[in-house]
Ligand binder design. Structure first.
Ligand SMILES: [Fe+2]
Length: 158
């Protein structure tokens, strides 16, 4: 069970760091389409923030203690802290990469939840993976990503 609890702590810190970064982008994004960018990051941080309490309470349900300090979050998070304000297209690129990192943390916890037969937690993590797959679609569809990532799109056929 310890490995599952540890993976959930990493997920909690990673999700929180991603939430905070999207809120930071909501505050500081600039550009000709500012209202849309501001609202886009607003919707994103609100959805991700909605998972913070659920993830922490799932940790308690499997008899772990939920981290809740900036130091512990920094130590555990797979998403890097954001110190500088960056141009809007870099914010969207960063958001996509960090969203993928959250999915990695979710899938890791999901595999361990399955191994430990924690079916309710598995179910919750599946739903979060779906939510982040949808975030990825939305971020990619803004057309705001850096050139290298935009051009790596696999196919345009429908
Ligand atoms: Fe706001």
């Amino acid at each position: 069970m310890d490995t599952l609890i540890d993976s959930m702590k990493v997920l909690h810190a990673t999700n929180f760091a991603f939430y905070l970064k999207m809120h930071f982008f909501h505050w500081n994004v600039t550009g000709p389409n500012f209202p849309q960018y501001h609202e886009f990051f607003g919707d994103l941080y609100e959805e991700i923030h909605g998972a913070v309490d659920d993830i922490a309470e799932h940790i308690r349900s499997i008899e772990g203690y939920a981290p809740g300090s900036l130091q512990r979050f920094k130590d555990l998070s797979l998403v890097e802290d954001q110190l500088e304000v960056i141009p809007a297209h870099e914010m969207f690129t960063q958001a996509l990469m960090d969203n993928n990192t959250v999915i990695i943390a979710l899938k890791n916890a999901y595999k361990l939840a399955n191994d430990h037969d924690e079916v309710g937690l598995s179910n919750y993590l599946q739903d979060r993976i779906d939510a982040h797959k949808k975030h990825g679609w939305m971020i990619r569809s803004t057309g705001m990503l850096g050139m290298a990532i935009s051009m790596a799109a696999p196919s345009t056929s429908t």
